[in-house]
Design a protein around this ligand. Structure first.
Ligand code: PMP
Length: 308
């Protein structure tokens, strides 16, 4: 197991990996009152670059706003901090994890009310590699539809990348592992497709590319947005509409997108093969277009790369 012991930015200071600790009475630890991001760092011919850094930090502050967490840093300041962390990280540090949360009450009290808790912010860099798996990136992942329902927008802030939302994802991921699958797709209360535990979902059927809308209860993925843009450049308009569970089984291709998962083809769903059971032509085309962008080989999207 690789260990990337890069310095961690904590509330404005770079501290050693071993010293990046929190107190056990931290509010966010007990009640899931935090927001976070996951951001990839790629090797390009011009050096290391952070992918769509600004968009990630904008979403970070928007997530914080939704849970009424006051973050005392601007998007620009957070971007500078991310670059500083990457600069000091070993070459295998390919993933940034900013997090902000309600911290420790100065009196050491604990209770649900977050209002008298200070905000803490930190940014760490670690090694991610292929998230779902190298073999899955090439040949397709085996996924299940989870028995855990995606919470509705009446019970959670689904467009916030909030820590508390992820217990649901963790349960679905555990279920997938116990059933011998790589990943789980969650359905929402209407029974339509929401998203993976950390990925957005796309389908290809009869030449059309489909993806669930935000109203299906999903995170507004930055990779999702990148794929919608790249598909349009390749001449396909991605249609955002509700997707019935049954459509997963008759799709020609299904793939997942996410910072960690990048573009991961899906080979089987609930044991039923998707199309030919491996990465189809549309998925492969988008996967290689995305790979070119992140390596800095697509002049149209250099603005998505923030050189460190
Ligand atoms: N949905 C969920 C629940 C996620 O955690 C993620 C990962 N951030 C995504 C979708 C994909 O978002 P992005 O492409 O911005 O990483």
């Amino acid at each position: 197991m690789k260990m990337t012991r890069a310095k961690v930015w904590m509330d404005g200071q770079l501290v050693n990996f071993e010293d990046a600790k929190v107190h056990v009475l931290t509010h966010g630890l007990h009640y899931g009152t935090g927001v976070f991001e996951g951001i990839r760092v790629y090797e390009t011919s011009q050096g290391r670059a952070i992918f769509r850094l600004r968009e990630h930090m904008v979403r970070f502050l928007e997530s914080a706003k939704m849970i009424e967490l006051k973050v005392p840093y601007s998007v620009d300041e957070l971007c500078v901090a991310c670059r500083d962390v990457v600069r000091g990280a070993p070459a295998d540090g390919d993933y940034l994890r900013p997090i902000a949360y309600f911290g420790l009450n100065p009196q050491g009290n604990i209770g649900v009310n977050p209002l008298r808790m200070p905000t803490n912010v930190s940014i760490a860099c670690t090694h991610m590699g292929a998230y779902v798996g190298k073999e899955q990136l090439e040949n397709g992942a085996n996924v299940i539809t989870s028995s855990w329902e995606k919470p509705s927008s009446r019970s959670a802030l689904l467009t916030a990348k909030a820590t508390g939302n992820y217990l649901n994802s963790v349960l679905a991921r555990l279920e997938a592992i116990k059933r011998g699958a790589d990943e789980a797709i969650m359905l929402n209360a209407d029974g339509t497709v929401a998203e993976g535990t950390g990925e957005n979902i796309f389908l290809v059927r009869r030449g059309k590319i489909l993806t669930p809308p935000l109203s299906a209860g999903i995170l507004e993925g930055i990779t999702r947005d990148s794929i919608i843009t790249l598909a349009a450049e390749m001449g396909s308009v991605v249609v955002e509409r509700d997707i019935a569970r049954a459509e997963l089984y008759t799709a020609d291709e299904v793939f997942m997108t996410g910072t960690a998962a990048e573009v991961t083809p899906i080979g089987t769903i609930d044991g039923i093969s998707v199309g030919k059971g491996k990465a189809g032509p549309v998925t492969k085309g988008l996967q290689s277009a995305f790979a070119q962008v992140v390596k800095g080989e697509d002049p149209r999207h250099m603005a998505w790369l923030d050189l460190v």
